[in-house]
Design a protein around this ligand. Structure first.
Ligand code: DER
Length: 237
């Protein structure tokens, strides 16, 4: 089984929770893509009806439009019945890191407005503590004085051996600055050590003027479907 096979297995399992008539948050990324494909397939087969999708990125919006999934937005549907999305990291308390695909702000808007948030991951995403993968913890900032914001973010986590990088379109660091669907920039933070209490870290980040949102999804997931080589497990709080 390839990693993509595992992502598809988790995604299809999550779509079993989708019922006709639901308002469904449609996630972003290579795992959520399979869930969006599956929902469209069931709609085309008539096995699902009256679904309204709320896309978490322009990329997912375009995928859903191309597949014929009816779309709406949070202004029209302030409460979402079920959201399905991937994650970059999942800790034992089902806290997440998201946003390596650049869509954390709209994802968090949708996934903080949903009754049920089902996360779909392959087993490589499981970590002991958030920031523990050594991979990026994204923070969306306004473009104005981004270097100043980067320095302030890094200073917040000096005790955790934090480094920060402005996300660019190419990994060699020389590409154009990455611009989110919302016209903002992303600072990717990297930690050498545990960042401690997540809510304190979240509050400290969001108190900084110019910071829009971060990629820690604390206490938002209802359940996490983990597809591994030895099978699928469902973690609930
Ligand atoms: O960027 C995002 O938030 C994505 O959902 C990411 O967290 C998971 O992407 P993947 O399914 O491609 O690994």
């Amino acid at each position: 089984l390839s990693v993509d096979d595992l992502k598809k297995i988790a995604a299809y399992k999550a779509v079993e929770h989708v019922k006709s008539g639901m308002v469904v948050g449609l996630g972003t990324g290579s795992t959520a893509k399979h869930a969006v494909d599956r929902i469209a397939h069931l709609l085309q087969q008539g096995k699902l009806t009256d679904i309204v999708g709320i896309a978490t990125s322009m990329k997912t919006h375009d995928q859903a439009v191309s597949l014929g999934i009816p779309l709406s937005d949070l202004d029209t549907h302030p409460v979402v019945d079920l959201a399905i999305d991937g994650a970059d990291e999942v800790d034992p308390d089902l806290n997440l890191v998201k946003g390596r695909g650049g869509s954390l702000l709209r994802e968090k808007m949708v996934e903080s407005a949903t009754t049920k948030f089902v996360v779909i991951v392959d087993e490589s995403k499981l970590v002991k503590h958030i920031g523990g993968s050594g991979l990026a913890m994204p923070v969306e900032i306004i473009p104005f004085c981004w270097s100043h914001s980067l320095k302030r973010l890094v200073n917040l986590f000096a005790d955790s051996g934090c480094e920060g990088k402005l996300r660019r379109d190419s990994s060699d660091g020389n590409g154009e600055i990455y611009v989110t669907d919302n016209g903002n920039y992303i600072i990717d933070l990297y930690f050498e050590r545990d960042i401690g209490d997540l809510n304190e870290a979240s509050d400290a980040i969001l108190r900084l003027p110019g910071i829009v949102e971060h990629g820690m999804f604390i206490g938002l997931a209802t359940s996490v479907i983990v597809a591994g080589v030895s099978g699928v497990t469902v973690k609930t709080k």
